[in-house]
Design a protein around this ligand. Structure first.
Ligand code: ZN
Length: 345
């Protein structure tokens, strides 16, 4: 649908002129899967056109390992994901680049290339070997998402909704050493998917800012994947920030209403009221590509904004609600860059 209202055009324009960053996208797992089926130039063909349409300059890609590979194949699968990226870099020169710090991100934008930064989404590839963190750092990985929604050697992940389980835990001793080694190496911590006990431990054992790359507000959508008001205040008071997630069940009661950018913008308002706009960014986590919509529905889990090419729908809402130009610029990417500059240089 072509968007022609004045505010829609202004929003698109902001995406063209401001630095735009998405703090969470499963790019590497997706390209590895497609390459294993014989595809090449996957980023160039399947993702770059949409990213460019949305004016996106930086994508943080997860290194995410599916349950089927755990535990034995986790390391192999993570390395295969990085290998797949390098093959893509060779096949599509001058279009995107793997960045290790903020000066490389800025330089990529100046060259007109998409900047890609890598982050664990669960440290399963390390197993119980903390020495491997340095190896991944050498490979360019800069983010340490401690868990996905499952238990690992470092911590307990939170589930998407309550399940039958025994008593939950916080960080393990390995998890505490992981925080310290990550800080020593100049890697940042990502607490999305971590359970409440683990997040409290991160705040207790780690002084610096942390990122919740793709989590919304629990007081607006009551899933454990979202952050409580108290967690948001603490995260923000330490210079951290959170990326707004388009998944319908993290946005609101998707069983009873259709979620859109309007409801997602309510989360931005809520964080602004709690902690200020410097704590907000994008972490869209577009997942519709991986979902099966072939049945009769209704579907509870879907992306409330459809892909990077429509990312400015959220910005349009912020413009309509009177956010200042500087606030918009910061939410689009300035806040994430400020966080990264402090955490990884
Ligand atoms: Zn995730």
């Amino acid at each position: 649908m072509e968007r022609t209202t004045e505010t829609a055009l202004r929003a698109c324009d902001r995406h063209k002129c401001f630095f735009v960053a998405d703090a969470h996208f499963d790019l590497l797992p997706l390209i590895l899967k497609k390459r294993l089926k014989g595809r090449t130039k996957v980023i160039e063909t399947d993702y770059l056109p949409s990213l460019r349409e949305g004016g996106v300059d930086l994508v943080i890609s997860s290194l995410f390992v599916e349950n089927a590979f755990l535990p034995e194949q986790a390391l192999r699968n993570a390395l295969d994901q990085i290998a797949a990226l390098h093959e893509e870099l060779e096949e599509s020169p001058g279009l995107f680049t793997l960045c290790r710090n903020t000066s490389e991100i800025v330089a990529a934008k100046e060259r007109g290339e998409l900047a890609i930064l890598l982050s664990f989404e669960g440290v399963e590839p390390l197993g119980s070997d903390l020495g491997l963190l340095r190896v991944f750092h050498e490979l360019g990985v800069r983010g340490v998402g401690i868990t996905w929604s499952r238990r690992n050697h470092a911590a307990d992940g939170c589930f998407f909704k309550p399940v039958d389980e025994g008593r939950k835990g916080g960080l393990t001793d390995f998890g505490v050493r992981l925080l310290r080694e990550a800080a020593r190496l100049g890697m940042y911590l990502d607490v999305s998917h971590l359970n409440d006990e683990g997040l409290a431990d991160v705040f207790a054992f780690h002084d610096g800012p942390v990122l919740a790359s793709h989590s919304n507000c629990r007081s607006l959508a009551g899933t454990m994947r979202n952050l409580t008001d108290a967690q948001i205040r603490t995260l923000a008071s330490r210079g951290g920030m959170m990326g707004m997630n388009v998944c319908s069940t993290f946005v609101g009661d998707a069983e009873h209403a259709t979620m859109t950018a309007v409801e997602l913008a309510d989360h931005v308002d809520h964080i602004r009221d709690l902690a200020g706009t410097q704590a907000v960014g994008f972490g869209f986590d577009f997942c519709d590509e991986m979902r099966d919509f072939s049945g009769p529905g209704p579907f509870v889990n879907y992306d409330c904004i459809k892909g990077h090419s429509n990312a400015s729908l959220l910005t349009e809402q912020l413009l309509l609600r009177g956010y200042a130009e500087q606030e918009i610029e910061n939410i689009l990417g300035g806040n994430l860059m400020r966080f990264l500059r402090a955490a990884i240089g």
